[in-house]
Design a binder for this molecule. Structure first.
Ligand code: DC
Length: 220
């Protein structure tokens, strides 16, 4: 069974996806981390992120693996645990550029499809319900008011970076939304058959409860 959860940055999709996977005992695959991993390697290798061929080659040769961790799962890149590093805003911005690369998408989409072949999975990411698994059993498109999403991001980031201002986060989020919606390859659009969930003002546990109800009985 495949449950796809997608939507814009800060819509709460990864938190919710993680909780749903735990509740149902499904594998959780956070596809954004895969684009972030490629971005990280592009940065480490000092490549020009706009160099389509070289960046696609990084995607073809990088080894990305998800491993269970104590709280959240670990993202192993070429054998190294890069979980916290991949979450930074710099890597996020570079990932948005890398994610517009057709060669990169081909490689990562194929890997994601393979990961979902033999397992029950919850997968989150921008194009899971449209490109990766158009026939997913359940598709949730999560949205939330832009200001609220920026507040959520700010609260997360503030823990380690108290100097970062809300306005800065909002500005970055507006840029990310526009990059994700307007790129030529796999832009962020809801599939016609997805269930739209507006999480503005909603508590996480209520969002999860609503989704579990929509999913219904699961046979593993
Ligand atoms: O969800 P995130 O912030 O970790 O994603 C990082 C970048 O990767 C973001 O710009 C969107 C892109 N992405 C994508 O294009 N397709 C996916 N399935 C997942 C993420």
């Amino acid at each position: 069974m495949i449950i796809s959860i997608y939507g814009p940055a800060g819509s709460g999709k990864s938190t919710v996806a993680r909780l749903i996977a735990k509740r149902l005992n499904f594998k959780y695959i956070e596809t954004g981390s895969m684009y972030r991993a490629v971005a990280w390697k592009v940065q480490q290798s000092k490549l020009d992120p706009q160099d389509e061929e070289k960046v696609a080659e990084v995607a073809r040769t990088i080894a990305i693996e998800f491993q269970p961790g104590p709280e959240r799962q670990k993202v192993m890149v070429d054998g190294q645990d890069l979980t916290p590093v991949l979450q930074t805003e710099t890597i996020g911005q570079l990932a948005a550029i890398v994610a517009a690369n057709k060669g990169v998408r081909e490689v990562l989409v194929a890997q994601q499809q393979k990961m979902g072949q033999n397992d029950n999975v919850v997968m989150d990411g921008r194009d899971i319900g449209t490109v990766v698994f158009p026939d997913a059993d359940k598709k949730f498109f999560m949205v939330a008011d832009q200001e609220e999403r920026a507040h959520r991001r700010h609260a997360e980031i503030k823990v380690n970076h108290p100097e970062i201002k809300f306005e800065k986060i909002l500005e970055q989020l507006q840029q990310r939304d526009s990059d994700d919606e307007n790129r030529k390859v796999s832009p962020l659009v809801p599939a016609a058959d997805s269930i739209r969930l507006d999480t503005t003002g909603m508590k996480i546990q209520n969002v999860v409860a609503q989704m579990i109800e929509e999913i219904g009985p699961v046979h593993s």
